[in-house]
Design a binder for this molecule. Structure first.
Ligand code: 1QQ
Length: 440
């Protein structure tokens, strides 16, 4: 029989251990500067720099708020947002995003995701005591300007790494410059083919359309019983034309017949002729597939509705922003598309991100802000593990070694090819909100 004193001793010891654990938890939230070592999060995963231990998962209210239409989404003004401030000793990161032009909506979301992540990291003392400075430059959605921005980051600003550019078209032109200069790049929204094949300094945390679209097509076949389609894409945009290629291949594999293909340019604003031709098809296609950026996609959806075309609309990565609801309104209801992030994913990291984003920007985040936010956290974690904020070669290797990092995108690991590997969320728009499509 255990003596009274032994029991008392054990209780005291137990309380002591618990107190120590709590104190260890509190410590972990301070910056690397203070503790110099990562803390422990609920998942047992090390806290990346600047990420507070996840709060308890609240019920679904915040997430639902995160799924709403893009209320209050104010397009950024390029000039005002170009930030080149870096204090001596700061770790300089180049950010090449589209703050004007065809991809402006995505660039604005990326800027907001990055600034939120930067706030969190720097408020926690930065990475190993050094603040992250984001040198934000507007690529204007143009590949030549994107290359100029990269060149300036490499030759003038001597950045440690580059985040961006927004479009695959821009990346195909600019990324080789960074590869040649051995400057690591993380693409945050590049979903086109062959981006990371540009070289071993090129990474992306954005799921490629080559990975996402086969899942969308499987749903078209197995869940929606679609047998015939008309497909529309922008020939002068790499993401759009690569997306068309993937859809075409997958339709071939799944016995889905392409009745008509309509080719347009990103700057086009009038789609009557293309849609009237589709309306004249007999038999009519079961679905209209659109792989293009947001601007053209929303105009096509509105014009199809005006012409009385009521086919199922299927989209690509360009649909992954609630601004689609703002621009196409009720006409966007029922559109189906695949993506790499969902406001309906209730992981602690995602709900925490959605909460913080809504508090910071008074609006819902989207996939592009989640990928940008995650990209800076991935980069900060790699800088910490590289134990250097000057050596891009060591950083490249640390990035390649990123494994199971907790992010709003889920547990993140780069593939051997420096791509993202994630599940595809098949979403639709219902009552003005993004919701997961029940694919069972
Ligand atoms: C790409 C895309 C675009 C939709 C990003 C804005 O997926 O260019 O790769």
């Amino acid at each position: 029989m255990m003596s009274a004193s032994t029991i008392r001793l054990r209780v005291v010891l137990g309380l002591l251990v618990a107190a120590l654990l709590v104190m260890a938890g509190a410590n972990s939230n301070s910056s690397y500067a203070a503790a110099g070592r990562p803390g422990i999060a609920a998942s047992g995963q090390a806290n990346p720099p600047g990420q507070t231990a996840p709060t308890a998962v609240p019920n679904n209210a915040p997430a639902l708020a995160g799924c709403s239409a893009a209320t209050g989404m104010t397009p950024a003004t390029a000039a005002a947002d170009a930030d080149t401030n870096a204090a001596v000793g700061d770790t300089k990161i180049g950010v090449a995003i589209a703050l004007s032009g065809a991809a402006k909506a995505c660039g604005d979301s990326q800027r907001k995701g990055l600034l939120l992540a930067q706030d969190e990291i720097n408020k926690a003392g930065g990475v190993d005591g050094k603040k992250l400075a984001l040198l934000i430059q507007d690529t204007t959605s143009d590949k030549t300007q994107a290359s100029t921005v990269f060149q300036n980051f490499i030759q003038q600003d001597k950045v440690l790494a580059i985040l961006g550019p927004t479009l695959s078209s821009e990346a195909a032109a600019a990324d080789p410059l960074a590869q040649a200069a051995s400057i690591p790049v993380i693409g945050m929204s590049n979903t086109g083919n062959g981006i990371t094949e540009i070289g071993d300094y090129i990474f992306r945390d954005s799921l490629s359309e080559a990975d996402a679209i086969p899942n969308t097509v499987a749903v078209m076949k197995n869940k929606l019983n679609i047998k015939t389609v008309a497909i529309m894409y922008a020939q002068d945009d790499k993401f759009s034309s690569d997306g068309y290629g993937v859809f075409k291949t997958e339709f071939g594999k799944n016995g889905i017949n392409i009745l008509d293909t309509e080719v347009f340019n990103t700057a086009d604003t009038v789609f009557d002729a293309y849609l009237t031709k589709i309306q004249g098809l007999s038999p009519a296609p079961d679905a209209i597939v659109v792989t293009s950026l947001l601007g053209a996609a929303s105009k096509i959806i509105n014009k199809a509705h005006d012409l009385g075309l009521n086919q199922q609309i299927i989209g690509g990565n360009g649909f992954n922003t609630p601004l689609l609801i703002t621009l196409a309104g009720k006409n966007a209801e029922g559109a189906i598309f695949g993506g790499a992030w969902s406001c309906s994913s209730y992981t602690t990291a995602n709900v925490t991100f959605i909460n913080a984003y809504i508090v910071r920007w008074h609006q819902a985040p989207d996939q592009f802000s989640a990928q940008a936010y995650s990209a800076l956290k991935i980069l900060a974690d790699a800088i910490h593990r590289a134990k250097s904020n000057t050596d891009s070669k060591v950083l490249r290797d640390a990035l390649a070694a990123t494994k199971d990092l907790v992010t709003p995108l889920g547990s993140f690991t780069f593939t051997a090819g420096r791509n993202a590997q994630q599940k595809t969320y098949i979403q639709t728009i219902k009552d003005g909100k993004f919701v997961l499509l029940d694919t069972k």
